[in-house]
Design a protein around this ligand. Structure first.
Ligand code: DHB
Length: 494
């Protein structure tokens, strides 16, 4: 049993200089945040600008008023170890923890279990059958809903120690990208939801609140049980999958472009999945900002589609008008996404006024096969996320269960729900974060544009503050506009 009392004396003073900027900070590292952890990854790091202990302030924040920024490193539903202040993963720039600390936030980095937690070897892996895999695994203790259980336990640890920890525990902002963006959305959507209680109890989480102030979500890969239909709603006409494979060679990591054609069976499944999407959208009863209903007819046409495409148009207009954003984000953008080259968009002056969706989708290309998330051979990382200690991977949609090509079982309905922020936002039986910032690159094909749009719109319709856009030209990526993110946080927090 670990003691959950924070020790303010157990720290090191560290210094980090990057990009000609220096941070001197108190590092409270490797704190076990739950009394009965099942994995060594369940630790958090807490970082504080050292000047706060000399009574100074940064950006108007002080030791007990600074917001607590909580970035996670989860990707691909893999384990995400607690970030440390330093260079980012690709080593070219200061990481998010450095930037947040430099800006004056207290930074809480929680280590989070994932689908590979408990494996003896930690290499990236997908694919294989249950029979092959089950014999090779250790105890897989990081499958759904472990990631959100761990984040909640870390948040509860801070609240449990609210009088001892630095920062304002009522100003916790989670941040993540992709599966990590989904985790941030879950933290925002499920504050104090009783459904997680048994899981929190099992790891000995502190008895405290776990709602948060704000959620920052980059391209959240969430709403998994509806993501296949949403994908075909957008990509059905595209029958080639374009993906990049990374291959280790003696000369370093090589990027190889892979093109796969959908076969006839996949094309048929795509049509069926697309046909299932309108009923999902329609039962959400979404509205635009003036109260018009957002609906879809049986062909996927209608006000919902226009509304989604309107976000693309807004993004294009902003790109045309804002030279500043071009210079800042251009180097991260997909080659060929230069705004003046997009002939499927009609401009009136600098205003993008019309778009041909099919040509836009052809331009950004399909990435994933059919189904995109719930693989008929259990080969997606999401299938593994719904496995557990006993079963390596499962289906999580009735559709894929019905069309499965392998001996497979269906995930528990309850666990599927615990991994989806949408029903929690719909039902309102918990403390949903009041503030949301959601970003999804306009050239991101890892999930359908409909997925972040549904999240943002549902939140807005329920009365939460939402800052949402599709940054022009950007692929599946995150943390590319931290200056703007921090400005957004400061406006809310001060
Ligand atoms: C991630 C990307 C995916 O395409 C996906 O299906 C799940 C997770 C990721 O980058 O985290």
């Amino acid at each position: 049993m670990y003691d959950l009392k924070f020790n303010p004396e157990n720290y090191q003073i560290k210094r980090c200089e990057l990009d000609g900027r220096e941070v001197i900070y108190r590092a409270f590292e490797n704190i076990v945040y739950c009394a009965n952890p099942v994995s060594a990854v369940q630790k958090l790091n807490l970082y504080v600008p050292e000047v706060y202990y000399q009574g100074e302030s940064i950006n108007g924040y002080q030791l007990h008023t600074a917001p607590i920024f909580a970035p996670n490193t989860v990707g691909g539903y893999m384990e995400g170890p607690a970030m440390q202040v330093g260079e980012d993963y690709f080593g070219h720039k200061p990481n998010t923890a450095f930037e947040a600390l430099y800006h004056g936030y207290v930074v809480m980095c929680a280590g989070i279990r994932g689908r590979n937690t408990g494996r003896k070897s930690n290499e990236f892996f997908v694919g294989g059958t249950n029979d092959e895999k089950s014999t090779k695994e250790g105890m897989l203790t990081g499958r759904a809903p472990a990631l959100i259980v761990d984040m909640k336990a870390a948040i509860r640890y801070l609240r449990w120690n609210k009088d001892l920890v630095p920062g304002d525990v009522e100003k916790i902002i989670t941040n993540g990208t992709s599966a990590g963006g989904a985790l941030s959305a879950l933290a925002g959507a499920t504050g104090n939801a009783k459904e997680y209680e048994p899981y929190l109890k099992a790891i000995g989480a502190a008895k405290a609140r776990d709602d948060i102030f704000a959620a920052s979500c980059y391209c959240p890969i969430h709403n998994l049980e509806n993501a296949d239909a949403a994908y075909e709603w957008l990509f059905e006409k595209e029958t080639t999958c374009h993906r990049i494979k990374f291959e280790k060679t003696p000369q370093g990591v090589k990027k190889i472009a892979i093109l796969d054609e959908l076969d006839e069976e996949q094309k048929l499944l795509s049509k069926k999945l697309k046909a299932a999407f309108p009923s999902y959208v329609n039962q959400l009863q979404l509205q635009d900002e003036t109260g018009n209903k957002l609906t879809s007819d049986e062909n996927g046409e209608g006000s919902f589609k226009d509304y989604v495409m309107n976000f693309v148009l807004k993004s294009a207009t902003k790109e045309k008008k804002t030279l500043d954003s071009q210079t800042r984000l251009q180097k991260l953008a997909v080659p060929g996404s230069e705004i003046e080259k997009q002939d499927y968009i009609t401009f009136q002056g600098e205003e993008a006024v019309a778009i041909d969706m099919d040509s836009y989708v052809a331009k950004i290309t399909r990435m994933k096969p059919v189904p995109a998330f719930d693989s008929l051979t259990l080969e997606c990382c999401e299938n593994e996320e719904f496995g557990d200690e006993n079963v390596f991977a499962r289906h999580f949609t009735e559709f894929s269960m019905k069309h499965s090509k392998v001996k497979a079982e269906m995930a528990d309905e309850e666990k599927i729900k615990l991994l989806n922020p949408i029903p929690f936002i719909e039902n309102g039986n918990c403390d949903v974060a009041k503030n949301w910032r959601i970003r999804h690159g306009a050239f991101d094909r890892d999930t359908s544009l409909a997925i972040p749009v549904i999240l943002a719109t549902l939140l807005q319709n329920k009365g939460y503050q939402v800052d949402f856009c599709l940054p022009w030209g950007l692929p599946h990526s995150g943390d590319y506009d931290l200056k703007d993110l921090f400005e957004w946080i400061d406006c809310l927090a001060k």
